[in-house]
Design a protein around this ligand. Structure first.
Ligand SMILES: CC(C)(COP(=O)(O)OP(=O)(O)OC[C@H]1O[C@@H](n2cnc3c(N)ncnc32)[C@H](O)[C@@H]1OP(=O)(O)O)[C@@H](O)C(=O)NCCC(=O)NCCSC(=O)C[C@H](O)C(=O)O
Ligand SMILES: [Mg+2]
Length: 363
């Protein structure tokens, strides 16, 4: 909320005739946000067939689109959106950064042309609430002019040190805020981290087992010792998750640039899922299946969660199940899993079949 705004104004439209802001951000499944470059004819041609196979299709206008292709990408996205029925799949875009010469034209072109189809606009390199306020007011004016009847939501990428420091105020800057993604490549550069990758770990970021003592009780610094690679992104993802949960919006991992290393990609996605993220980006078609698998609770987890819910009856007190204590707090965790499974089953027939096959008694 802006410093000069009173709480009662927070949910008022920022332009006369603009749609009324939402008081709750809908929990729409968004396991994979699949990036494509609308100026790339080969990628663009694949988009209509990808509808229904991925939760979110995102026309990317920012980094990874050549400067010479910025206008073609914007126009390509308009064309694809106008001729495609997206059915259950959400359509998002990532506009150019607010300090670029393209961001204004991105918004003033896309909202009138395809605002009725755009669910979420991703804003890169968000530094603080002021960036969200700028987009918020401009979107309200454009929505009013275009006669839109629902607000377009805003998603911020956390990819500067200042953005991370301001993460709570960014999440609470507007009722349009839908969620946050991590931008590990830009963030690493802005923080002057000594990495050269797009997301993922680094073999140098590790902890080493203590040196053992030899038979004489002397520490043997030359003995072989195991090392354990650590997660460079744990701190930032955890901050994002808390800020999003506090504001009722959704946290996402981001890009995993090593397209070939599907195993490490799955690990990075799973860490984010376990920490509370609801989805991730997919940069290549092969990452969609990984994201869908990781960000859908396993049949075993759903079976266990339903079993705890059944055993807990009215939800209070404590019970023993398989030698473990379950109580109100473990039930709440289980209900997160059960609710997510229900949301995903509603859009994914394969998952519905798998979850429906669970029998509470035998699980
Ligand atoms: C990474 C890529 C450049 C790889 O492309 P390519 O070399 O063409 O891969 P393949 O030969 O394996 O492709 C096989 C076919 O699949 C099509 N393809 C590839 N990617 C996509 C896609 N994303 N959507 C739809 N179709 C796709 C190819 O055209 C091939 O088709 P065909 O020849 O007909 O069989 C490429 O995947 C790519 O550019 N991906 C998107 C990259 C991107 O969006 N990057 C920006 C997001 S990450 C970022 O910005 C960093 C972040 O902000 C931060 O700061 O951390
Ligand atoms: Mg970036």
């Amino acid at each position: 909320m802006s410093g000069s705004q009173s709480p009662k104004d927070f949910f008022r439209p920022l332009a006369v005739g603009a749609p009324t802001p939402l008081t709750d951000i809908p929990a729409r499944p968004s396991r994979a946000i699949h990036f494509f470059d609308p100026s790339n004819p080969k990628m663009a041609a694949k988009i209509p067939d990808m509808v229904g196979t991925v939760d979110v299709l995102l026309g990317n206008l920012e980094d990874a689109v050549k400067a010479d292709n910025k206008v073609a990408a914007r126009e390509g996205l308009v064309e694809i959106a106008q001729r495609t029925d997206f059915g259950p799949t959400q359509l998002w875009t990532r506009i150019n950064s607010l300090d670029s010469p393209w961001a204004l034209d991105d918004l003033t072109t896309l909202v009138p042309a395809i605002g009725d189809k755009l669910d979420v606009i991703m804003v890169p390199k968000v530094q603080g609430a002021e960036d969200i306020h700028y987009v918020d007011r401009l979107l309200a004016q454009l929505e009013a002019k275009a006669g839109l009847d629902r607000p377009i939501l805003v998603h911020a990428i956390l990819e500067t040190a200042r953005g991370v420091a301001n993460v709570e105020e960014i999440c609470g800057a507007s009722p349009r805020m839908q969620g946050l993604s991590l931008g590990p490549a830009d963030l690493a550069a802005d923080r002057r981290m000594k990495t050269t990758r797009v997301g993922g770990g680094h073999p140098g970021y590790l902890v080493r087992q203590d040196p053992p003592r030899n038979d004489l009780g002397v520490t043997d610094y030359d003995a072989p010792r195991a090392t354990y690679q650590q997660d460079l992104w744990h701190y930032t993802i955890a901050r994002m998750v808390d800020a999003c949960a506090m504001h009722g919006i959704y946290p996402y991992y981001g890009p995993f640039g090593d397209i070939t290393d599907v195993v490490a990609c799955e690990d990075q996605f799973r860490n984010a899922f376990l920490l509370g993220c609801v989805g991730t980006w997919s940069l290549h078609p092969k990452q969609i299946a990984i994201a869908n698998r990781v960000f859908s609770p396993s049949v075993e987890d759903v079976a266990h969660a339903r079993r705890v819910a059944a055993a807990m009856g009215d939800g209070t007190g404590a019970v023993m199940l398989d030698g473990k204590m379950e109580d109100d707090a473990s039930l709440k965790q289980c209900l997160v899993m059960v609710e997510l499974a229900e949301q995903l089953a509603a859009i994914d027939p394969e998952l519905k079949k798998a979850y429906d096959a669970i029998e509470v008694e035998s699980a």
